[in-house]
Design a protein around this ligand. Sequence first.
Ligand code: ADP
Ligand code: MG
Length: 231
Amino acid sequence: MNSVSEIFNNAKTEGRKFLLEPEAKTICKMYNIPVTDFKVAKNEDEVVKFSREIGFPVVLKIVSPDVIHKSDVGGVIIDLKSEEAVRKAYRQIIENVKKYKPKAKITGILVQEMAPPSTEVIVGSIKDPQFGPALMFGLGGIFVEVLKDVTFRIAPITEDDAREMITEVKAYPLLKGYRNMPPADIDAIIKIILNTSKLVMEHQEIKELDFNPIMVYEKGAKTVDARIILE
Ligand code: ADP
Ligand code: MG
């Protein structure tokens, strides 16, 4: 699949209003939004093969149109360091998903690069019925979920807007470096917000999108999970 509309059409043909993680990440790549390296495996041996190609440690995730919140059903196992661990995790995920929904359609198992833990941020977009797509930024985890420490702008935005979004959240000092935490690559986050702005402006069929979490490093950033919901 090599264009955004092809991916959207494929989802629609299958009666889906949301993209599977590999589809959403393929679109991210088209817009220069960095993601963890990934491959979709169809069976256990392929999982092992792809894990070797990507390099340990890896993460395995369920790919299923019947599972939206993957970790809620035991569909995500991270930090797998060996072939043995990967084989075991593969069987565990299939078992967990079958337990959750015996008739769940399993498209495959996503094998991906394990992103080292770091400061987590979220970039999202929702569509305002009046103003069109808006962009959201915040720090991950409790900052978004508990403190609602997020900021919004109507798309499209400029580089200055993106920088402002980052500096105006209350948790911003954490990005500048804190105790033993090195400073985060703010320019890498700005690029992601700008590219997300471009994506939602060029594809108005996107109703909602979230890149959560994005791991931010001293140099660079990587989207670990991507969700795109269509109108
Ligand atoms: P869910 O559908 O439940 O949101 P995620 O893909 O976000 O599933 O995975 C759940 C959590 O597992 C993430 O929030 C992140 O903490 C961790 N995780 C997922 N993928 C990776 C990865 N490639 N590298 C490191 N951690 C990951
Ligand atoms: Mg997630």
